[in-house]
Design a protein around this ligand. Sequence first.
Ligand code: ADP
Ligand code: ADP
Length: 229
Amino acid sequence: AGTIRFEDVRFSYDPDRPILQGLSFEVPAGRTVAIVGPSGAGKSTISRLLYRFYDVTGGRITIDGQDVRAVTQASLREKIGMVPQDTVLFNDTIRYNIRYGRWEATDAEVEEAAKLAQIDGFIRMAPKGYETEVGERGLKLSGGEKQRVAIARTILKGPPILLLDEATSALDSHTEKEIQDALQLVSKNRTTLVIAHRLSTIVAADEIIVLDKGRIVERGTHAALLAAG
Ligand code: ADP
Ligand code: ADP
């Protein structure tokens, strides 16, 4: 389950300025598709439409054949786990921040998710400025560590669809590589839509779509596009 389809999707923020001009693509269940393109191409708009911050002005977006406009916001957020560029953490323990993904989770499940995202060493800590009941010292988290918390949260939530919107673009290249490894682990067997600025930051995808000015200008396998430069 979890096939995403964009069918001739059109969108504009202002009526006289089209942003997406008839966009069609599919992310088959369990596969990974990446959208790359220059700044202003419309990449973030795609993720905003999928998450329904905005609605399409033409065409439609479906998940498993169902128009996203017919799905409640709550159930959409259950289906789609989003890892954004910058994760805002609650001023509470890392454990609490991970558990936010699914409140009913057991401690063992929270720890398992933390381990997969490789943030388990910090689980009793809290972001700096917050003192826990047990008196753990506040911890200044790096950008990469924050993304690991976001990833652990998503693992715990376990959505069928993953939306990675520039999830590593705020990180230095060494940290980016580490976080990409963690993201690849999470996206395995999960429908994943990756939004990225550069092709070089995509580790693995079944299809890459190159977007420019709201249109698809190129598409193909990862290997083919890398070979073409
Ligand atoms: P990308 O993610 O590829 O950089 P965006 O989807 O953010 O591109 O933006 C595509 C175009 O839409 C840009 O020209 C941008 O200025 C415009 N845009 C984005 N958000 C808004 C908005 N809220 N209102 C009006 N125009 C917007
Ligand atoms: P990103 O591609 O990461 O979304 P942008 O610079 O395109 O970054 O947008 C940053 C924020 O500003 C977004 O929330 C977007 O909705 C808004 N925005 C971008 N372009 C415009 C615009 N032309 N008019 C109004 N809001 C905009």
